[in-house]
Design a protein around this ligand. Sequence first.
Ligand code: CP
Length: 302
Amino acid sequence: VRHLLGIKEITPQDIQLIFETADQFKEVLNRPIKKVPSLRDVTIANVFFENSTRTKLSFELAEKRLSADVINFSASGSSVKKGETLLDTVNNILSMKVDMIVMRHSSPGAPHFLSRKIQANIVNAGDGTHEHPTQALLDSFSIRQKLGEVAGKKIAIIGDITHSRVALSNIFALQMQGAEVAVCGPPTLLPKHIGDLGVKIFWNVREALQWCDVANVLRIQLERQQGKLFPSLREYALYFGINKKMLDELDKEIVLMHPGPINRGVELTSDAADSHHSIILDQVENGVAIRMAVLYLLASKG
Ligand code: CP
């Protein structure tokens, strides 16, 4: 594998190898000196055409912990605003002797398109509503860390499934590892053919919470809905929002996850997001080790 374009393109064995490599990098990250020389001769460009906090910083930190040289590109403030194309932008960056591209783009398939045009390794850091493979890897890795294994666990993905790249990558990754997956949300935010992916469907959030071992709660992606949000945020919060009392009242302990950014008071109340049920900040912490593993493995294959 030369690129990480999506979970769909990798195997359960690849996931296992990424997790075992990330385990070793987690040990490194817990040492006083957190840096290793593994990518000392590698130059990586983080090319972000969409906003990001966690993914961008976590890739940059992972690259620096691996001793790579790093350059960062954001579309805002760049010559994209003067009309330069994606391919011209990336080819100009590559001509500066860059080896790997980590890219986030609003168009589904943008990294796949690039992979057919350029020689450098590409890591998809989120392509529109399509895939966000490193997020799914760090989510599964966090479940494995908390519950021992992913196989056999019941994971409910709750929220705006239609506009979420995190949902699709998680469904592929979790099923590949032998988990049972359900989705839950209002019908307007569930894709029409989602059942074809072999997932269970819940329209009632309390039933989904009662069924699952892990609730991975997603944000309502207002930026992808062109002002046509139905239900409204208030209605969504009323019928699908999760609070701590709902989690405390279950007759079992479940794990609460969220990829961020959280719309506090919409999909999660603060008392739920900040409760003992939540592993949200562990997910962020694990993102660095997972991204170190992905970059290291891709660079090792040349
Ligand atoms: N989870 C995630 O992709 O967050 P950012 O958009 O902040 O990178």
